[in-house]
Ligand binder design. Structure first.
Ligand code: SAM
Ligand code: SF4
Ligand code: SF4
Length: 354
């Protein structure tokens, strides 16, 4: 195969660049959200990855540096629960030292369930993390405890969000997965709670990632219904997307004059099911054991760890990443309704990260 160099111009078969690398740092989690790691499947007999299979921090940092050569400028740490990875702040410090070819620091963020955030926010900030996204599916303690399925209290996640804000990890985003029949009555309380706080609340349609969650279309509450519900009480106006490839559609809270009032802030909806956004998807995912996935719904990854541990040079790894991306044609969400799409095997979200 002809060697491919990193010139920052890499595109896949649908002319999509590579801009965003999501790195899963663990396949373990202390929650058992039924839409992601249902208890019946992820029990004590579940075969989690042994430590030696995980990419170590040097391997992750080396790969991140090579992806940056291909145009990546955003890194998101995820999992499983990324704050369970021992010494995660050391990895963050290593990643924070990387620069784009133009000498710019990377946009580094992390998605967390917030359970350990109150304890770790300061360390994370000091290590160089810029901001965090916290997943929170409701404010009602009973609903929240039942959705995380380990009886974890909502107050501790709220304390985690507060700690993140206090140390300057911002702008903070809060992601709420909406499951019809489970937590749609939490939409308005969540909107009221975060309006005017500077925290951006985003509603995510429940997706058919993985095969263990028993996903059903009738449990998806379309984003347009979420917006309709909020608008009945809190006026909203549509806002422009800030970046190409942005997953969320943005809506701003309007003031008494009917115009967007930045002091009231905004909400977002991520409509992966009802309004696919594959056409400008610029995200790659690196699994905990170093497999590169080109789509959240992919059934197979490309084994970069084998190359890393087999002694590949930077040039060889760069070329391999370039060839893999240039052949990418994934667009699962756009094809979801076509024959056979939803019956193919799919990787689990807790393994590949959000
Ligand atoms: N444990 C961390 C957390 O919950 O934030 C990071 C990993 S989690 C897999 C990343 C994101 O994926 C979370 O916001 C979670 O709510 C979302 N997620 C997981 N399963 C999902 C599903 N079936 N549909 C939509 N979002 C899902
Ligand atoms: Fe854990 Fe996050 Fe999955 Fe919930 S969504 S089970 S917190 S990895
Ligand atoms: Fe990207 Fe795949 Fe999601 Fe489409 S379905 S937006 S290609 S991750």
């Amino acid at each position: 195969m002809t060697p491919m160099q990193a010139d920052g111009l890499l595109q896949d078969t649908l002319h999509r660049p590579l801009r965003d690398l999501r790195i899963s740092v663990t396949d373990r989690c202390n929650f058992r959200c039924s839409y992601c790691m249902p208890k019946e499947v992820f029990d004590k007999n579940h075969p989690y990855l042994p430590h030696a299979d995980l990419l170590d921090f040097e391997e992750i940092t080396r790969l991140a540096r090579l992806f940056i050569g291909h145009g990546v400028h955003k890194l998101r740490l995820t999992g499983g629960e990324p704050l369970l990875r021992k010494n995660i702040e050391r990895l963050i410090a290593q990643l924070a030292a990387l620069r784009t070819p133009h000498g710019q620091p990377l946009d580094i963020t992390l998605t967390t369930n917030g359970s350990l955030l109150a304890r770790k926010a300061r360390q994370l900030r000091e290590a160089g993390l810029r901001r965090v996204t916290v997943s929170l599916d409701g404010l009602d303690d009973t609903v929240f405890r039942s959705m995380n399925d380990v009886d974890f209290p909502v107050a501790e996640v709220l304390a985690g969000i507060e700690a993140a804000r206090a140390v300057g990890l911002g702008p903070i985003k809060v992601n709420m997965v909406v499951k019809r029949g489970t937590n749609e009555h939490e939409i308005l309380p969540m909107a009221r709670h975060f309006r005017g706080t500077g925290i951006v609340l985003r509603f995510i349609e429940y997706m058919d990632v993985g095969v263990t969650n028993g996903w059903r279309m009738d449990e998806v509450l379309p984003s347009r219904d979420v917006i309709r519900m909020i608008r009945q009480e809190l006026p909203l106006v549509p806002l422009e997307a800030t970046n190409p490839g942005e997953t969320a559609q943005r809506w701003g809270y309007a003031g008494t004059d009917g115009q967007y009032d930045p002091r009231l802030g905004e909400v977002g909806v991520i409509s992966s099911v009802t309004q696919a956004f594959c056409h400008d998807c610029n995200r790659a995912r690196l699994s905990t054991e170093g497999k590169l996935y080109l789509c959240l719904f992919a059934s197979q990854g490309h084994d970069l760890r084998a190359l890393l541990r087999g002694g590949a040079s930077d040039a060889e790894l760069t070329s391999a990443i370039g060839h893999i991306w240039s052949r990418r044609d994934d667009r699962y969400s756009e094809l979801r309704s076509t024959a056979g799409a939803t019956t193919r095997p799919r990787v689990e979200m807790s393994y590949i990260g959000g």
